[in-house]
Design a protein around this ligand. Structure first.
Ligand SMILES: C[S@@+](CC[C@H](N)C(=O)[O-])C[C@H]1O[C@@H](n2cnc3c(N)ncnc32)[C@H](O)[C@@H]1O
Length: 380
């Protein structure tokens, strides 16, 4: 089971917290003191089965992902499948409220406990479990906190999942314990998730919920995304506490940026502009203020006026062995034969990509004896 290393968390824009917990050694995002500092009073309202059955590390992970989508600008809402008394929902709602996020939170639940279970769900679960909830009380709780963007959708997922239609999700949380309930929503949730968005499945790897692990494994076996198990600090490694996973959907802003960066790195125009700029800076740094470009072709046209003036470097002449036959000026700079250069220069810069070595050899033959350095843009 992969545990996200710290670089992965940082690349994903997640918190990677300092602290003494074992989680840090594992590259975990979770630090209890930080969680308590950030969400302590909110957690106190829901903990110990008042409104949530989730241990703090899983809530901390969920809240970290809620912060991540806000910071990364991943578009969309929050959908939760398995809300019970609203504890995990409250943590996300409060996190987004503090970050002034303009997003809806849609919470799906029968509010009447689990549906019939199947053999693959094991022996620990049974129909009607978690029925100790009153949907009106949960609704009133969120209303009393002024969290008007929370919408409770009551009923069996199979009948209510349509309420997702037309929505984009930045963050989704599946916490419904059984195989069939997970399967009933996983595909639709994944479809609705924005590229770069996160899915959390709370019961993944929980010993009492084997059906959820099966459903997640089967679903992601056919996909490229990595399923990361929520890292657990030492204080929460007891069986039953040590569960939950998160998955980030491929794509999104960072993927576009990475693709653009790779594209730019291979774009000849961008590469040339960068090398010319660097050469201008090198000239300036070495006090080579008056230079001649060697080569009167299209390459030279493309690098004039270029970055030279901004770097404090003046192109005083263009050298060409066939000066008489070529144009008298390029971009206003006179074209002359190397031997006929009328003014002294501090350096000669070879201006050709295809014939750089040939021209550099010729330039060195003419200017070497005069002690004038010859610089190349591309080669050494
Ligand atoms: C463990 S509880 C959710 C706990 C909650 N997220 C928390 O913060 O503690 C699981 C919930 O999933 C709901 N559930 C499971 N399968 C369902 C289905 N097919 N349709 C509707 N609700 C379902 C149950 O009613 C139950 O309230």
């Amino acid at each position: 089971m992969p545990i996200a290393p710290v670089e992965v968390l940082e690349a994903a824009g997640l918190e990677s917290c300092a602290g003494p917990a074992r989680g840090v050694a594992l590259g975990a995002a979770l630090d209890e003191r930080l969680f308590v500092q950030m969400l302590g009073p909110v957690y106190d309202e829901v903990r110990d089965f008042k409104r949530t059955r989730m241990a703090w590390p899983r809530l901390a992970q969920l809240a970290a992902l809620a912060r991540a989508v806000a910071r990364l600008g991943v578009p969309g809402d929050y959908a939760e499948f398995g809300t019970w008394r609203g504890g995990s929902l409250y943590l996300v709602a409060e996190t987004w409220r503090r970050l002034e996020q303009n997003r809806d939170l849609i919470a799906f639940d029968s509010f009447a406990g689990l549906p019939p279970t199947a053999a693959r769900d094991g022996a620990a679960l049974h129909q009607g479990q978690f029925a100790d909830v009153d949907v009106n009380e949960v609704r009133a709780f969120f209303a009393s906190r002024g969290l008007s963007r929370v919408h409770l959708v009551q009923g069996w997922f199979q009948q209510t999942i349509g309420a997702l239609s037309g929505r984009t999700l930045a963050l989704a949380h599946i916490d419904c314990d059984t195989h069939d309930s997970t399967v009933a929503v996983l595909g639709r949730v994944w479809e609705a998730l924005a590229p770069g968005g996160f899915l959390v499945v709370d019961d993944y790897a929980h010993p009492d919920c084997p059906g959820v692990t099966i459903a997640v494994e089967e679903f992601f076996a056919r996909r490229e995304e990595v399923v990361w198990q929520t890292p657990m600090p030492e204080s929460a490694t007891a069986p039953g506490l040590n569960c939950s996973c998160w998955v980030r959907k491929r794509g999104g802003r960072e993927a576009n940026e990475a693709a653009r960066a790779v594209g730019a790195a291979h774009d000849p125009g961008i590469l040339r502009a960068r090398l010319v700029e660097l050469t201008a800076q090198v000239c300036a740094a070495r006090g080579l203020r008056r230079i001649a470009l060697y080569g009167a072709g299209r390459h030279t046209e493309s690098i004039l006026p270029g970055p030279w003036p901004a770097a404090g470097v003046q192109v005083v002449a263009i050298l060409d062995d066939h000066a008489a036959a070529s144009r008298p000026h390029v971009a206003g700079v006179p074209v002359v034969r190397p031997e006929a250069l009328p003014v002294p220069v501090d350096a000669v810069v070879v201006s050709s990509d295809r014939f750089e070595d040939v021209i550099a050899t010729r330039a060195a033959a003419v200017f070497g004896p005069r002690g004038v350095p010859v610089l190349k843009l591309y080669g050494r």
